[in-house]
Design a protein around this ligand. Sequence first.
Ligand code: FE
Length: 187
Amino acid sequence: MTLRVKAIESLLVEKGYVDPAALDALVDTYENKVGPRNGAQVVARAWVDASYKERLLENAPKAIAEFGYLGLQGEHMVVLENTPKVHNLVVCTLCSCYPWPVLGLPPVWYKSSPYRSRAVIDPRGVLREFGLELPEDVEVRVWDSTAELRYLVLPERPAGTEGLSEKELAELVTRDSMIGVAKAGKP
Ligand code: FE
């Protein structure tokens, strides 16, 4: 696959359809500048500010844009709130749709066919493999991302974090907790 991508890229550059510097800038943006730390800031804000959380659940792209996080693959996002009784898990069964402005590029396992099929067939089994065992009375909801709609999980705020600042809270928010395969970290 890597070779095929390289070959296609070389051809496009050779024919003058794309500028290699523009490609480098795009890759650099999504590899180094845009990533899950964006989403973590959004989550931490929702934990400390009830009115922000309300705006976020009501209109995610608009609330996320308050941080200046806009752009490709983030035009239509929905935030799913985890509660003590509901756990949300996100997958793209068709390919690898993912909310780029808040999470960056998807991890390799998210794009893999075992995850894409098993997250739907056996979500609890998948969560167990990620080290997350949920009690039977917690409902697991699986959401299938598409090109039209991408999901971000709002994990539960961990217990014992009452005294933490918004910045400290953001450090507890992992990429995996915003996909729904983990909970937010403990302080
Ligand atoms: Fe997809």
